[in-house]
Design a protein around this ligand. Structure first.
Ligand code: LLP
Length: 415
């Protein structure tokens, strides 16, 4: 079901006109649908069904506390990649025993804190990290649950910046090397081998790369079992794509069914780390047209959202639909929608057919994933407000940043 829909020429989030949100909280403003988040999370939980395992939402996609709290109440686990993300999950009421910790550069402090709160598992990405984690756990007299993130060397067929499962990527341990690393882990009394993990990339629109990776992982599990090393869970990472324009990723249920089928009757718990597929189409970014600037070569519409608010178009040439909140009767023209930032790469959409006038409100669609969470203060722009819509109600879940927020912690030199 869609939660951002048009009714009588006006764009709604659930049962609330988006115009009401823009009027109350201003623009640029991220708006999320509670029902959309819920539905997307539940599609994973239901597809997993009674199979042992966990859906660990990758909070890097959208880490607003209200969203995390909502997902925690639904029973979600969480995939984190920093100490900051760990604190967010805890603050939002997430259960530490449902947290997996990914990432290539975990610090001693981050490891120590994660051990103290008792996370479910560390996804270890290198031999050096394994040794350090063993040391940190030993110093505390604790045992760290580990899963090795292996790099299965499969081509995810996605944008090179978000492809992670190839040999040339910095992530994970080469799959050929994994048996030796597991053997080493088995010798370290402060480590408990629990799982095997991979994440091959993001915005995947086909099943084949996932299944190819799974096949390689299962071979590895058999090889390890023959050596007396037993794996109890398989973590397949995130990566399932979404429809931004005309992509046709498999539905969650189909993806999960294909994985379960390949797994057969192996007694392995299944873990997933979805980010984008839960959040992308659960959010939009509202912006207002400031000026129209037709030139001989191009028509520019200067809007009040910029690359600091949503860097995806600039960074990955990502395409996100841009829709007016209210339709106008006039004939559309072709516009490049550019922000106020002093960079040629500052655009949210190019060559869009729109009937717009200054002051009009627009929605950048599919903005719930890697939108606000990748935003910055470049050009000393405060980050946008964030609002959750629930039925016909709206809730401010992050206030727009003020100048005081922006300079907090800065100091002048002494005279
Ligand atoms: N697990 C790990 C270890 C990851 O590195 C990621 C994403 C995920 C899970 C979640 O993947 P997802 O389900 O969202 O595809 N900023 C880029 C996407 C970067 C993804 C990084 N890792 C974008 O805006 O397209």
């Amino acid at each position: 079901m869609q939660y951002f829909t048009e009714r009588n020429g006006e764009l709604y989030a659930e049962d609330l006109p988006l115009r009401d949100v823009a009027e109350r909280f201003g623009t640029p403003c991220y708006v999320y649908s509670r029902a959309a988040f819920t539905q997307q999370y539940l599609s994973y939980a239901q597809a997993l069904g009674s199979h042992p395992g966990m859906i660990c939402y990758a909070i890097k996609a959208n880490s607003n506390l209200a969203i995390l709290n909502m997902l925690a109440k639904l029973g979600a686990g969480f995939d984190i990649v920093s100490g900051g993300e760990l604190e967010r999950v805890l603050y939002a009421g997430g259960n530490p025993s449902r947290i997996v910790f990914s990432g290539v550069g975990k610090s001693v402090q981050e490891m120590a804190r994660a051990l103290d709160v008792g996370i479910f598992c560390f996804n270890v990405e290198s031999e050096a990290e394994l040794e350090l984690l063993a040391q940190v756990a030993a110093d505390k007299g604790k045992v760290a649950n580990v899963s090795l993130r292996v790099n299965p060397d499969v081509d995810a067929n996605t944008h090179p910046y978000i492809s992670t499962g190839l040999k040339e990527n910095k992530f994970g341990i080469a799959i050929e090397r994994a048996p030796a690393v597991y053997a080493r882990a088995a010798q370290l009394p402060s480590l408990a081998i629990k799982g095997l993990d991979c994440h091959i990339g993001s915005q995947l629109t086909q099943l084949t790369p996932f299944l190819d990776a799974l096949e390689r992982l299962l071979l590895l599990i058999d090889e390890l079992a023959a050596k007396g090393i037993h794996i109890s869970h398989l973590d397949l990472g995130g990566g399932l794509g979404v429809t931004y324009r005309d992509e046709t990723p498999p539905p969650v249920a189909e993806y999960m069914a294909a994985i379960k089928a390949k797994l057969g009757d192996r007694p392995l718990a299944l873990m997933f780390e979805p980010g984008r597929s839960i959040s992308a189409n659960a959010g939009v970014l509202l912006t207002q047209v400031m000026f129209l600037k037709p030139t001989e070569h191009k028509n520019f519409a200067v809007i009040d959202a910029a690359m600091n608010d949503n860097i995806r178009p600039s960074l990955y040439q990502a395409w996100q639909d841009i829709r007016p909140l209210q339709q106008r009767g006039q004939a559309p023209k072709t516009w490049d929608l550019v922000g106020p930032i002093c960079e040629t790469g500052d655009f949210l959409g190019k060559g869009r057919e729109l009937a717009i006038e200054p002051g009009d409100l627009l929605a950048v669609m599919s903005a719930g994933a890697y939108g606000f969470s990748m935003s910055s203060n470049y050009n000393t722009r405060g980050r946008a407000a964030e609002v959750v819509v629930d039925g016909d109600q709206m809730h401010l879940v992050r206030a727009r940043e003020t100048f005081e927020d922006l300079i907090r912690g800065e100091a002048l030199l002494p005279e």
